[in-house]
Design a protein around this ligand. Structure first.
Ligand code: 5GP
Ligand code: ZN
Length: 113
């Protein structure tokens, strides 16, 4: 989608620090990191949110596999890490192209705000 920021990152029209890329997914550093590791994992196809992502089992699995690989490569397996999908404006979703936030490298409190 031409007016979607994350589609423009997939297309190379907006620069990003790419962490991983495969057939279905792209992982890149968040521009405003909330933790020492803060990587966004997205489907390369334009899928607006988690509900739509759930309808595509292969892409859903690929996004989670990429998130786990990012966390592993960043050394987050111990003590742990968080995968967050803000879904809908009330939950803080600001970019309507599904993305998981891989967060780690500092203590992560619960519940989130
Ligand atoms: P949301 O609020 O939708 O869950 O997350 C959107 C995320 O995208 C935010 O954490 C924000 O910092 C990040 N973001 C917004 N614009 C850009 C950008 O141009 N480049 C990158 N790398 N991240 C962005
Ligand atoms: Zn998009």
């Amino acid at each position: 989608m031409a007016d979607c920021l994350f589609c423009r990152i997939v297309a190379g029209e907006v620069p990003a620090t790419i962490v991983r890329s495969d057939e279905r997914t792209l992982a890149f550093a968040d521009i405003n990191p909330q933790a020492p590791t803060h990587v966004l994992v997205i489907p390369k196809a334009h899928i607006p949110d988690v509900a739509a992502l759930a309808a595509d089992a292969e892409t859903l699995a690929a996004v989670h596999q990429t998130a786990a690989a990012v966390a592993d490569e960043a050394g987050l397996t111990r003590p742990g890490w968080r995968l967050v999908f803000n879904t809908g404006p009330g939950a803080g979703q600001t970019v309507f192209h599904a993305h998981g936030h891989v967060l780690g490298g500092r203590p992560l409190s619960w519940p989130p705000g």
